[in-house]
Design a protein around this ligand. Structure first.
Ligand code: TYD
Ligand code: MG
Length: 457
């Protein structure tokens, strides 16, 4: 039975229930419902409805056809970051930077804060995780000691809000939202209740004082610390910061953006002096040993508005045991199964007694269907043990019927390849009009496989 005045918030999905139960009815997680007091309205909840009369009187409707100026932007000077934000951060907006612990969120934002301050913005960096000395030492190691960032180490939401209010800042970084807590709430620090309250308060503050507010959110697999899920709908933009373990590359990706496109990526390389911006990711993701082996195919891909060349590497080998292995890194397992099935059904190749490994070099994750033909070419090249031409890139979508379909921005992909010294492309027939590369156009996957098997280029 629900006690009077009590509601129960799921610490996993943020759903609110009137009754406690062992399993959250909304997301199905176990033991995640925690009691909240309803005396204070839960942050983010709507204010009690005013009477219809006063609401009608206070609401002025407007039309769509009014010239609206583009929002002003603060250019931080970290150009990969600015581009993913849609051309700088917007005053009066809130942005969430989400990522695994240790991926480099604090490093990135310290750089962003420092560069923005060097560009003339008034910047505060509030760390709830590290002592001021730690942040300062890191900034010095990264060569940013002369930046005029105002540092604070604080976890009390009340003190942070008061400090930011009195500071007249343009840009404020809160690292991280999980460490901010309000003494007005009973829930423990890091709980959904606290995270939601802190985010709500900081977002309101950003709007009111026209501050560009950047919140850091850790994503953790176990449900103990509240993930930034609950914060996502409160902020104007969500960027995720990703990196494969063991690779220095970090990718900043837009997941939601009210002020820009979401398909942009920014590429960074983590070194001992912080993150270095990578303006030409193609050169980074390509295996530059010179010789291209059998089983390798260079995919001319697109990440957001930017063409990126990456190498697909396949190994097809007889399997020693009963069940053949399928392993894939950097691409979708389901997509690999589909391409293998099409190669078997439409091109007469048999993978039933072979192990198949597929790897996208450099730690990038590819999700474009345009990569189908590159994956198929790498697999076929390994299967017949014949390399593709050294100077050839591959792109095209493969359908279940074995057709090779055109993909978006074929000209842009080829231009990028030409820039990096490639001279030909294995591509959909429609791309053959291009002036930049010699195109081996195909309409069927079997044509492409024939060429690879015969070495006929
Ligand atoms: P950090 O920014 O603290 O990660 P997050 O805030 O996302 O938890 O970065 C942590 C990792 O980055 C740490 O393992 C050390 C590494 N790092 C470098 O390799 N070079 C550097 O210059 C810095 C500052 C960090
Ligand atoms: Mg950190």
């Amino acid at each position: 039975m629900a006690r009077d005045g009590a509601i129960y918030a799921c610490q996993s999905c943020g759903g609110v229930q009137s009754k406690w139960s062992g399993q959250c009815p909304a997301c199905g997680a176990w033991n995640t419902l925690v009691e909240e007091q309803t005396s204070a309205r839960p942050p983010g909840a709507l204010a009690p409805a005013r009477s219809a009369k006063s609401r009608g009187a206070g609401l002025a409707f407007e039309t769509l056809d009014v010239e609206t100026p583009a929002p002003p932007r603060i250019i931080t000077g970290v150009s990969e970051f600015d581009r993913v934000c849609g051309g700088g951060v917007v005053p009066g907006s809130a942005l969430l930077l989400a990522g695994d612990p240790g991926v480099g969120k604090s490093t990135l934002l310290l750089q962003v804060a420092a560069h923005a301050s060097l560009n003339g913005a008034k910047v505060a960096y509030v760390s709830g995780e590290e002592a001021i000395e730690q942040v300062r030492a890191r900034a010095q190691r990264m060569g940013l000691a002369q930046a005029t960032v105002q540092l604070a180490a604080e976890t009390s939401l009340r003190l942070v809000v008061e400090g930011v209010k009195s500071g007249d800042f343009d840009l404020v970084v809160i690292d991280s939202i999980q460490t901010m807590w309000s003494d007005q709430l009973e829930a423990g620090p890091g709980s959904v209740t606290q995270v939601r309250a802190a985010a709500g308060e900081l977002v309101r503050l950003a709007k009111k004082k026209r501050i560009a507010m950047i919140l850091v959110g850790h994503v953790t697999k176990d449900g103990q610390i509240a993930g930034p899920r609950v914060v996502e709908h409160m902020v104007d933009a969500v960027l995720s910061f990703e990196g494969e373990r063991g690779y220095p590359f970090r990718i900043l990706r837009g997941a939601k953006n009210r002020f820009g496109a979401t398909d942009e990526i920014g590429v960074f390389e983590m070194g001992d002096q912080g993150l270095r911006e990578v303006a030409n990711p193609s050169a980074l993701f390509l295996n530059d040993t010179g010789e291209r082996a059998a089983g390798a195919a260079v995919f001319a891909g697109l990440e957001g508005s930017r063409p990126v060349l990456v190498e697909f590497q396949a190994l097809v080998a007889p399997s020693a045991y009963g069940t053949p292995r399928r392993a894939v890194v950097g691409w979708d397992t389901g997509r690999l199964a589909m391409v293998l099935a099409v190669l078997e059904a439409r091109c007469g190749m048999s993978f039933g007694d072979r192990d198949v490994y597929l790897n996208v070099a450099g730690g990038l994750r590819i999700s474009e269907p345009a990569a189908d033909l590159a994956a198929a070419a790498a697999l076929a090249s390994s299967f017949v043990d014949r390399p593709l031409p050294q100077d050839c890139v591959v792109f095209g979508e493969v359908s279940l019927s074995g057709d090779v379909r055109p993909v978006s921005r074929m000209e842009g992909r080829q231009k990028e390849a030409a820039k990096l010294g490639f001279a030909s492309a294995l591509a959909p027939r429609l791309a053959a009009d291009s002036a930049t590369l010699a195109v081996h156009g195909v309409t069927r996957l079997s044509e492409a496989i024939d060429r690879i098997a015969r070495g006929d280029w």
